[in-house]
Design a protein around this ligand. Structure first.
Ligand code: ADP
Ligand code: ASP
Ligand code: MG
Length: 408
């Protein structure tokens, strides 16, 4: 059987930690399983490389940024393979390209188009553990392309699908998936399991513990993903299983609360309320590769309406340029920009069948004196945008209002 394991940046952040990972991998390898290990760059390497790039050029070209960032994972994969060999466990390190990971050419947020596993299979046949540099692949032109921040999770699940692994194991610096980020709420509890659908929504709404596309691939290919601590003993039963179906009716219908700090909003004031306005605005944004998240259009008064939407901070500058230049054309009175917001989301499939969640959410935010700037929902989520400096407080208030800190 094949197992794919992934170790995140903190877990490979020093030589000592790399050795700890090597010991864990070597212990699993003697069980006769074929093991592919995906690694992130050591510690804060990716941030440091980005800082370096911006020192040289405040707007570094995307292709070269990807080439630079991809080196982080090459370093950690080469070192891990060396540590394994030193322990007497035969291993090879492969870059994403050498491992057969093919992507499209959208640098910085490339998507995996396919994985050709022949090289990995060949190494397995030789009895090697294969260590793969995460977060990267090869574009159609043969360039290095990276998958977006946190993308090593996606490398791992994609490899799991391609190698028909029975499970993908994501090892990180917390015990698993919690009722909210334990760094924000120390009372947060680690969940035994969570439905892929819920985890996908949480990841998309800022729960940084998993890359959203990794969850999506797990769902698509029906591969269970175990998220656990890189310090915990394997087989100790710890960690959270992300899987298609969670069998039991959830006791608490709110499963997790996510905080997304990567939000900026744009409001066009007094836009004429006539057909075609939305497409005139969102068409050019889409053409520029900007994905728009929340969109809210107010009820119109005197044939004029306000249109608000959010984008990620990365896209904000370009969004400003485009919306400023379009606002005159659209006949808007003015455009307002705000990057001092965060999104707080309640997530749970069980909320579909129970009333009152939104009311409780709004009441507990109001009790805490936190103003709601915008509200959006999906079938399994309620999101409020609040001022950035109140975000963590909002998470804690909701965590306690929905009794997520209580043992069930
Ligand atoms: P890695 O480097 O292993 O990929 P990340 O930093 O990407 O680790 O993800 C782990 C972090 O995610 C945790 O340290 C935690 O602060 C944060 N996090 C956010 N939301 C959650 C959640 N619901 N459950 C667990 N961790 C969460
Ligand atoms: N090293 C990359 C990052 O910091 C990818 C990852 O860690 O998953 O975003
Ligand atoms: Mg991560």
């Amino acid at each position: 059987m094949t197992v794919v394991q992934k170790y995140g940046g903190t877990s490979v952040g020093s030589v000592e930690r790399l050795r700890n990972v090597a010991r864990r991998v070597a212990a699993r390898a003697v069980d006769g399983e074929q093991i592919a290990v995906v690694v992130s760059a050591m510690g804060k390497t990716t941030d440091e490389l980005l800082t370096l790039a911006r020192e040289v050029n405040p707007r570094p070209p995307r292709r070269e940024t990807d080439l630079l960032m991809a080196t982080g994972e090459m370093v950690s994969s080469a070192l891990l393979a060396m540590a394994l060999v030193e322990m007497g466990c035969p291993a090879v390190a492969l870059t994403g390209a050498q491992a057969g990971v093919f992507t499209d050419n959208t640098f910085g947020r490339a998507r995996i188009r396919g994985i050709d596993t022949w090289r990995i299979e060949e190494e397995f046949a030789e009895g090697h553990v294969v260590v793969v540099a995460g977060f990267q692949g090869q574009s159609p032109q043969g360039d290095y392309a990276t998958l977006g921040r946190g993308g090593s999770d996606t490398s791992a699940v994609a490899l799991g699908a391609a190698l028909k692994a029975r499970q993908v194991e994501i090892y990180t610096d917390v015990q698993g998936i919690y009722t909210t980020d334990p760094r924000i709420e120390p009372q947060a509890r680690c969940l035994r399991d969570i439905a892929s659908e819920e985890m996908l929504e949480a990841a998309q709404q800022g729960a940084g513990v998993m890359h959203p596309r990794a969850v999506e691939l797990g769902l698509l290919y029906d591969i269970p993903i175990l998220v656990a601590s890189s310090q915990a003993e394997f087989g100790s039963g710890g960690g959270t299983l992300i899987r298609g179906k969670v069998h039991m009716e959830p006791e608490n219908r709110v499963r997790t609360i996510a905080l997304d700090r990567d939000v900026a909003s744009v409001t066009l004031r007094n836009v004429p309320d006539r057909p075609g306005i939305a497409s005139q605005l969102f068409g050019p944004l889409a053409d520029a590769g900007i994905s728009v998240d929340t969109i809210v259009q107010n009820a119109s008064e005197l044939q004029l309406t306000d249109l608000t939407f959010t984008v990620t901070k990365d896209d904000w500058e370009r969004t400003q340029e485009i919306s400023k230049s379009l606002s005159a054309e659209l006949g808007a009175a003015n455009v307002l920009f705000d990057h001092d917001l965060v999104k707080v989301s309640l997530i749970g499939t069980g909320m579909q069948s129970g009333p009152g969640y939104a009311a409780t959410m709004f009441r507990s935010l109001s009790d805490a004196g936190i103003n709601i700037e915008l509200i959006t929902t999906s079938e399994i989520r309620i999101t409020c945008l609040v001022r950035a400096d109140r975000g963590e407080e909002a998470v804690r208030a909701l965590h306690s209002a929905f009794q997520l800190d209580e043992d069930i």
